[in-house]
Write a protein that binds this ligand. Structure first.
Ligand SMILES: CC(C)(COP(=O)(O)OP(=O)(O)OC[C@H]1O[C@@H](n2cnc3c(N)ncnc32)[C@H](O)[C@@H]1OP(=O)(O)O)[C@@H](O)C(=O)NCCC(=O)NCCS
Length: 160
């Protein structure tokens, strides 16, 4: 059961430090995966990404949500609208990043953020939500399947 003091709120500049720390937890985890030896998140990527999203937050182009346990930030979801002019659906919502704080995972702290993002998409006439997960990140793949997502594209990668 999700605790009563859990709330989903918009992320603002006052949360910058806490969001960067969570995003960094994810990037550090990605960088520990073996992968192909070239794929590596750059230092300071988390701060840069968070600052870009903080700049454009509040527009109708992004969803920037935090899950809070009282005042503690425990989960983050970052998504943006992608234009798809060649598709009948024209736009979709692309989830750039989701992370729940270490030690707080599998407690139901991400699902409500995904649900709010879906509602936002519906309210904005968007019919599909997409995202990318590194195949080797088996935990993420299992989570998205549990959220009702199906693999749809296969994105290939080969080193030159
Ligand atoms: C992936 C991640 C964001 C999931 O967040 P979470 O807070 O653990 O997810 P929740 O507790 O809200 O889980 C929601 C549902 O997914 C299920 N779920 C979560 N992780 C799962 C897993 N590894 N395998 C199977 N089901 C899983 C939960 O059981 C729950 O199911 P329910 O609705 O039937 O109860 C979290 O594991 C994380 O931060 N991982 C590191 C960062 C990362 O890899 N992000 C994804 C990038 S694509």
């Amino acid at each position: 059961m999700i605790p009563k003091d859990f709330t989903v709120r918009q992320i603002g500049p006052e949360h910058r430090k806490a969001v960067i720390e969570l995003v960094n937890q994810f990037f550090r985890m990605l960088n520990k995966l073996k992968l192909d030896g070239v794929f590596h998140v750059r230092p300071r990527a988390a701060a840069k990404m968070v600052d870009v999203y903080l700049k454009i937050r509040g527009t109708d182009k992004i969803v920037f949500l935090g899950g809070f346990l009282g005042e503690e930030l425990v989960s983050v979801l970052i998504a943006r609208v992608e234009d798809k002019p060649y598709l009948e659906e024209e736009r979709n919502l692309f989830i750039d990043l989701t992370v729940t704080k270490q030690g707080k995972r599998k407690s139901g702290f991400m699902k409500p953020l995904v649900e709010v993002a879906f509602q936002w998409a519906k309210d904005n006439g968007i019919r599909a939500v997409e995202l990318r997960a590194v195949a080797e990140n088996e935990n993420a793949v299992a989570f998205w399947k549990a959220m009702g997502f199906d693999p749809f594209y296969v994105r290939f990668r080969k080193l030159v």
